[in-house]
Design a protein around this ligand. Structure first.
Ligand SMILES: [Zn+2]
Length: 79
């Protein structure tokens, strides 16, 4: 018997993405450590679960997060 699992979504979140005097303006504020950690974890998940697309929340919803365009980021080049 062959089991097949299809995942619809894996969501990752980091504590970054807001700046400005009000602290509420969307801006890519990831530290180098956050960038490399997020890229490493995403690559592991892409490989393990044969993920076909990496998207930002802002591509599928009217949200500002993750405050950068995942398609133009190194995350978007994982697949
Ligand atoms: Zn979000």
């Amino acid at each position: 018997m062959k089991a097949e699992i299809q995942l619809a979504l894996i969501a990752l979140s980091i504590n970054a993405g807001l700046a400005g005097a009000d602290g509420k303006t969307a801006k890519d504020t990831r530290t180098p450590a956050q960038r490399s950690s997020l890229l490493w974890l995403s690559a592991q998940l892409v490989h393990k679960h044969m993920i076909k697309r990496v998207r930002g929340h802002n591509e599928v919803s009217s949200k500002a997060c993750p405050s950068f365009d995942a398609r133009k980021d190194e995350l978007g080049r994982l697949v």
